[in-house]
Design a protein around this ligand. Sequence first.
Ligand SMILES: Nc1nc2c(c(=O)[nH]1)N[C@H]1C(S)=C(S)[C@@H](COP(=O)(O)O)O[C@H]1N2
Ligand SMILES: [Mo]
Length: 331
Amino acid sequence: MTIRRNQGFIHPHASDITPQAIYQSRRELIRLMAGGAAGAALAAWAGREALAQQVARPGKLAPLPGAKSAVAGATTMEKVTAYQDASTYNNFYEFGTDKSDPARNAHTLKTSPWTVEISGLVKKPGKYAIEDLLKLSAQEERIYRMRCVEGWSMVIPWVGYSLAELIRRVEPQPGAKYVEFLTQADPKTMPFVGSRVLDWPYAEGLRMDEAMHPLTLLAFGMYGEVLPNQNGAPVRLVVPWKYGFKSAKSLVAIRFTDKQPGTAWNKAAANEYGFYSNVNPDVDHPRWSQATERRIGEDGLFARKRKTLMFNGYEAQVGQLYAGMDLKKNY
Ligand SMILES: Nc1nc2c(c(=O)[nH]1)N[C@H]1C(S)=C(S)[C@@H](COP(=O)(O)O)O[C@H]1N2
Ligand SMILES: [Mo]
C-alpha cells in the first residue's frame, strides 16, 4: 500500500525491500552480513523474530474450532502459512503502517463489548452483539489464499461462516445493490486513527452478488482460535479472490445501499485502487506488475516468485460474477 502525503504518493516504509530480508534464512542473512549489506535487514529480522516469540504463539487465545467446509474452493492442499508469520506480518493501518506495527500495537483494541450494526436497505436492521453473531451460523474452517496488492501472499485457515448467512437473515430489500463495510475507528485505542494516511473509518464495499457468494467469509477466528487483534478481531471480512485490502478488519457496521459505496483505498488513490480489486495478473498496478507474488514463509533470497493466478485461483468459483465485464476498466 502507499500513503498519500502532500501531493505525491510514497511508500510508507521500505516494504518492497525489507520483507524479503525479514524472511531470509539466518544463513543467507549472515552471508549478506559478511558482504556488509544487511545490517538493517538483520535488525529488522531479529526484531520481528523477537516479536513472534513474545506475542505470536498459537494456543494463547480462546479456541474456535470450525467444521470442514463443503463450499467449493474453501480448502487447498497448499502449505499453510506459519501462525507466527500470519500474526506478525500484517496490514492494519489503524495501528501503524509497518508490517510489524499491528502485532506490536493492537493489544489496545477493545474487542468486548462489540456490536455490529446492520442498516440501510434491509427489512430487519438492527444491532448484533458479537456473541450472537458468532452463533448465528455454524463455524467452518476455510483455508484461503490471501493475495495482498503489494505482491505477497499467505495461506490462512480462517474460521467463520459465509456472509450470505447473515445477509439472508436480515432480508435485503429489492433495491439493495451493494454492501458497505465500516470498521472500528477509535482514536483512543487505535493510535493511527486520525493520521492522514487514510480517511477513517476504513471502509470497503462489495456488489450484492459478491457479498452473497458462498466464498465471502465473515471470519471470527484463524488456526482454530479467535482472531488475534492484529488480524481483525473480533470479526472481519475475507474475500479470497480480491486483493487483501478488500478484507476489512474489525467490522462495526454493514450497510445495504443502492449506490456503489466509496472505499478507503479508492478514495486515497483512485488510479491505483478500484472498487472491484479482483486479483488479476494481467492488470498492473500503475507502479508495479501484479503478475507474480512472494509466498510469505518461502521467500528466501533465491526463492522463485509464484505466478499470480486470475481471481487468485478462484476463477472456477467466481469468474461467472464478472461475465461480460471489462476487467481492465473495472479494476
Ligand atoms: N480495518 C482495516 N482492515 C484492513 C486493513 C487496514 O489497514 N484496516 N488492511 C487490509 C490489507 S491491505 C490487507 S493485505 C489485509 C491483511 O490481513 P492480515 O493482516 O490478516 O493478513 O487486511 C486488510 N484489512
Ligand atoms: Mo494489502
